[in-house]
Design a protein around this ligand. Structure first.
Ligand SMILES: [Zn+2]
Length: 309
């Protein structure tokens, strides 16, 4: 269920490209130029067509350039997908350009930082352009939902995944029924079912069956760690850009160029975020709270305006 009324926003691919280029401006001229070159050199297959696979992704070929597959339908979520995949593409472009083949591929732990950082820049850019409260509320709602699905929900998935492996280690049977019971128990804990905060229907028990990531060993937690890192890094880069400074941005771009030449924790530390401390997590939660606070302020104001006088 959407939390807030949907605002009809639609974008042609041209417009989406132009907005994405504006949104990533805090990352500097070189980053923007690389992305513009990609857009102009047809790295991306935009529109859905018969027989084309669903979803979106970015991939690269060493010595060539990144490629993007989208199913662009002109909605706001398609714009965020373009920003997300563009984050991956420029990561690939910079890393493949700077690294020899053996270290050109970057680990997942940093990959989803590059993509979610561009999404963060996009939503803040869009909030800066939003002229009315309805649009603002919609954008904030989208931002909150991104944090819910990427930070909160992926952590819930990770806890489920860890528990499955622990069951196997204890020699317990992994039947569908056992997994469903475990999944439902964790989902209910996360959503406060027993405390009456959110009702988690019995049918949610089988949700685990359609999450393909449970077949990739310990992948999901990296979405949560990535958005924690990128929220923290993006905030620093945005604030710095307003002061016309480039130190944080330069450190971040060095990390993108470093590809897979070091351990992810070390790469991220060089970029300015220490993932062994709770500071980046606190920064992400602060952004989530600030988003909710602003939504509440708007909703209260609107309720007051609607009161009969
Ligand atoms: Zn991604």
């Amino acid at each position: 269920m959407p939390m807030v009324p949907k605002v009809d926003m639609s974008f042609a691919p041209d417009e989406a490209r132009a907005i994405t280029l504006e949104a990533v401006a805090p990352l500097g001229k070189e980053y923007v130029a690389a992305l513009r070159q990609g857009f102009e050199s047809r790295w991306t297959d935009y529109l859905p067509s018969t027989g084309k696979r669903a979803g979106a992704y970015s991939t690269g070929a060493y010595g060539v350039h990144p490629y993007q597959l989208l199913n662009f339908n002109g909605k706001y979520e398609d714009l965020t997908t373009l920003a997300h995949e563009s984050g991956h593409s420029i990561h690939t472009w910079l890393s493949y350009g700077a690294q020899p083949y053996p270290t050109s591929d970057y680990p997942t732990f940093v990959a989803e930082v590059a993509s979610t950082l561009d999404e963060n820049l996009l939503v803040h850019h869009m909030l800066g352009r939003a002229r009315d409260e309805a649009a603002r509320l919609f954008l904030l709602g989208t931002q909150l939902d991104t944090l819910r699905t990427t930070l909160f929900r992926q952590t819930q998935f990770a806890e489920f995944e860890l528990a499955i492996h622990e069951m196997a280690e204890r020699g317990e049977t992994l039947t569908g029924d056992n997994l469903s019971a475990l999944y439902l128990k964790i989902a209910r804990e996360y959503y406060g079912h027993d405390r009456g905060l959110c009702r988690v229907d019995d049918l949610v028990a089988s949700e685990w069956t359609f999450v393909p990531h449970f077949y990739y060993d310990f992948y999901v937690y990296q979405y949560a760690t990535s958005i924690v890192a990128s929220t923290s890094l993006a905030r620093g880069i945005r604030e710095e850009a307003m002061r016309h400074e480039t130190k944080r941005r330069d450190a971040y771009l060095r990390m993108l160029r470093a590809g897979g030449s070091d351990y992810p924790i070390a790469l991220l530390r060089e970029a300015g975020v220490d993932m062994t401390s709770s500071a980046p997590f606190d920064a992400a939660i602060a952004e989530m709270n600030a988003t909710m606070d602003e939504m509440e302020r708007i909703l209260v104001r609107r309720a007051e305006q609607q009161k009969p006088r």
